[in-house]
Design a protein around this ligand. Sequence first.
Ligand code: 13P
Ligand code: SF4
Length: 299
Amino acid sequence: MNKSELTEAILKLKAEKRAVILAHYYTRGEVQAVADFVGDSLALAVQAQKTDADIIVFAGVRFMGETAKVLCPERKVLLPVPEADCSLAQSCSGEQLAAFKAEHPGAVVVSYVNTTAAVKAHTDVCCTSSNALQVVESIPADREIIFAPDQNLGAFIESRTGRRLIKWKGCCHVHDRVTAAQIEALKAAHPGVKVLVHPECRPEVVALADVAGSTAAILNACAGDDKEYIVVTENGILWEMRRRYPDKVFHAVELECDYMKMVTLENIYRTLKDESPEVEVPTEVADAARRSIERMISL
Ligand code: 13P
Ligand code: SF4
């Protein structure tokens, strides 16, 4: 089948099976186009919790599908590519976090949503890049905080809140490779143009930003009067940017998450048709992980 036949077949199956497709902004444009809802990590988690569909197809990486399953244990959650992982999620296992916690007794554990359900099960409160500052600010000033697993997001939170964090030393292999020299060169080529940066980038890159925030915050920042922007995050976001702001010009650093791009129309179609692969999370892990995600959503 070609792209438009696949799109049509997916939309038909979706209606027949009362399924919803949730997609992250980093997925391919054609994948975002068949989704019922496209969002950042926080919005996708909230949307998964709200849906009354029989089936959720998660067009994104594995931790996102797991988060949806943890929040909706009674629903069938399908993940087109279970091998689509995330370098942040890989950088810290549940056992490693438990051992790290034991070295810092009494510390509150805040974990980025880009983690396995096993890590979330050892976490007091989750956060995404949309609400990380708010989550950390909600913790009493006299409590120590462990922050896992993104050291760059951790440094961003420290710089904006003045709180010191005990940081796990993980990073996103996509955002971490951006250099300050690349941004300086783009700024020199496009003087006066605002720079929008995801806080998974290194501190010296975030320091050059006019706006540093989640994918949703970056998209919202383009709503202003400016006609051009320098975009420093995964390039899948350009699809939604150009859809929302067709007359604006975006200068982007070449950044692609190979995991996000593993999700295609072909594997979404096959997944919906076969109702497989399904996400499974052991009940005890899911119950413990759910508490940390729900604490985040309730803030
Ligand atoms: P947000 O959508 O929360 O900005 O997260 C970015 C990301 O890397 C997702 O994997
Ligand atoms: Fe993980 Fe980075 Fe890919 Fe996001 S962009 S899924 S943080 S590897």
